[in-house]
Design a protein around this ligand. Sequence first.
Ligand code: COA
Length: 253
Amino acid sequence: MSHIKTELSDGILSIRFARADKKNAITQAMYGDLARAVVAGQDDPGVRVIVFGAEGDSFSAGNDIGDFASIAMSGTRPTDMAVFDFLKSLAYLDKPAVAAVRGRAVGIGLTLLLHCDLVVVAEDALLSTPFVNLALAPEAASTLLLPMAVGHQRAFELFALGEPIDGRTAHAWGLANRCVASAEVDAEARRLAGLLARRAPGSLAGTKRLMRDAERLWALMQAEGEVFGAQMLSPEAREAFTAFFEKRAPNFG
Ligand code: COA
């Protein structure tokens, strides 16, 4: 059963995380499904807008940490991970993307928002990028896009201390267009997507292409991936993954 659900109606392609029991943590199989869904959306003239959303109480708890641990042990080159197919699809997406964020948005659950053009957050959502807590490194071109959005110091604190900010703060910092009650997030995202779906598609795509340098973003994603991959195989990351599943704080010595 796929943990990614897609549905197309009125020109709006909805892509939803559907692994609520694991807080929508994303496995490599899910990244593969996400990449295929985004590329199909990009190629299908019937798709005017993509909306990322989620089932359950969390947008996404980020990368599946068990997956990381098994990739680190399997000898697979980290840069061959399916996550890079998804990241590439985001870098080159020139159709508008909207995100509907309730509950937790961790790691790529937040960095994905940097590739969305309109973001709706719940007031009580909790967003974090605890890459350093996991002895990893930022991804998804967030080393460029997060400081651009919120400034160096705030971005560094998010990366290095990994503490969450709530939806109101995310909105105040410029990470979201709208901040609404949790129950209204999906409807507001759908309303905004409906507006975009009625705009001139060529003009929207041209605007988005001019605002984002896809080649540069993809190059940066790959450069980040080298550091991320090296960290994934490190003893400090092994300690962080083990600590997560043992429900204790990591000991980095
Ligand atoms: N990878 C793998 N499993 C995860 C996960 C992840 N990123 N996030 C949550 N889960 C699993 C938990 O292990 C738990 O599984 P179990 O029921 O089999 O024990 C289940 O999802 C529910 O999570 P739990 O931690 O009990 O929920 P919570 O409400 O107390 O906390 C989070 C939610 C998101 C704050 C917490 O799960 C968390 O910190 N997850 C890790 C986030 C992270 O560091 N992601 C990687 C970023 S690069």
